[in-house]
Design a binder for this molecule. Structure first.
Ligand SMILES: Nc1ncnc2c1ncn2[C@@H]1O[C@H](COP(=O)(O)OP(=O)(O)O)[C@@H](O)[C@H]1O
Ligand SMILES: NC(=O)OP(=O)(O)O
Length: 319
């Protein structure tokens, strides 16, 4: 049965390994497009959201490199908008090629998306979202001193800048997204978690933050009344005891069991935890809604119920 699917693309869908050139990231988007096209051929309607952590961090650094009065650096919200345009272009470009190879006649539209946040969200007092490259401890200390950045160690992989990550409250352009889906376009929306804006009477004020793309994708999936929230990352399954000798990969996961594992601390904050939390929130929002967490390579089989971790109100049964 054809489904409406919000796909949340993780880091490896856009940037594989250390390749941060435009060509490297275009190539990764082409590989991603080759996986997503199978879902489109099956008749599913796709709405594509994506992360931007590495990209927006690099844009901020590029902005600051030759900064002067005549060449002012753009603030983080504007850098977020730039990352949406850049990644949206790569995805449109990749899907164009793959659609032509497969005789598919569809438009792909990237919508610059503003996502409302609460200006009083406690996240503004406690930056947690890693962006940009990884640094050694010495480099990180230098950035703290020279730029006033907050730096944190990121899961044993080195130090990264962290910025506030408030929760998404609403998607300003939701009606336009729904109209585009209904007129049979593939929509890329809410990229990088959306551009964070807070409401001030009839104004939207851009704020210095990066919204988590898993939470923003969940909000998008609810607002467009999707059947499935498909979170694509680097692993085929969510696991308990991850990385330990007794690791157990999860296939069917009820909301209540997922909450129990969250309370036990089974999912790493900043990586798997927000995915499972977003999946629970989506599955809880309506009885027949399902969230699937799997790898890009397994997206097609997972939507047919053959692999991945499926989160639903009651334990679903794999096909
Ligand atoms: N319990 C867990 N089960 C599976 N993967 C986990 C778990 N805890 C942490 N991870 C790690 O989280 C990673 C996904 O997070 P991340 O790389 O931040 O996501 P994204 O794909 O959105 O960029 C996985 O590739 C895996 O290495
Ligand atoms: N905005 C965001 O969550 O990006 P990443 O998924 O790349 O961290």
């Amino acid at each position: 049965m054809a489904k409406k699917i919000v796909v949340a693309l993780g880091g490896n869908a856009i940037q594989t390994g250390n390749g941060a050139t435009a060509d490297d990231q275009k190539q990764a988007c082409l590989n991603t497009a080759k996986q997503l096209v199978k879902l489109i051929q099956e008749g599913h309607k796709l709405i594509i959201a994506h992360g931007n952590g590495p990209q927006v961090g690099n844009i901020v650094l590029q902005q600051q490199m030759n900064q002067s009065d005549k060449l002012p650096a753009m603030p983080l919200d504007t850098c977020g908008a730039m990352s949406q345009g850049m990644i949206g272009y790569w995805l449109q470009n990749a899907l164009y090629e793959v659609f032509h190879e497969n005789g598919i006649d569809k438009n792909v539209v990237t919508l610059v998306t503003q996502v409302q946040v609460d200006a009083n969200d406690p996240a503004f007092q406690n930056p947690t979202k890693p962006i940009g490259s990884f640094y050694t401890k010495d480099e990180a200390d230098h950035l703290v001193q020279t730029k006033g950045y907050k730096m944190k160690e990121d899961a044993g992989r080195g130090y990264r800048r962290v910025v506030p990550s408030p929760k998404p409250v609403d998607i300003i352009e939701k009606k336009a997204i729904i109209d585009l889906i209904e007129s049979d376009n593939i929509v890329v929306a809410s990229g990088g978690g959306g551009i964070p804006v807070s409401k001030d009477n009839n104004k939207l004020i851009g704020v210095e933050a990066v919204i988590d793309k898993d939470f923003a994708s969940e909000k998008l999936a609810e607002l467009v009344d999707a059947d499935v929230l498909l979170i694509l990352t680097a692993v085929e399954n969510v696991a308990i005891n991850f990385g330990k000798p007794n690791q157990e990969n999860l296939t069917n996961l009820s909301v209540s069991k997922a909450k129990q594992y969250i309370d036990e601390g089974q999912f790493a904050p900043g990586s798997m935890l927000p995915k499972v939390q977003a999946a629970v929130q989506f599955a809880e929002s309506k009885k027949e809604r399902q969230a699937i967490i799997t790898s890009l390579d397994h997206a097609y089989e997972a939507v047919s119920g053959k692999t991945g971790t499926i989160v639903a109100q009651k334990e679903p049964v794999l096909a």
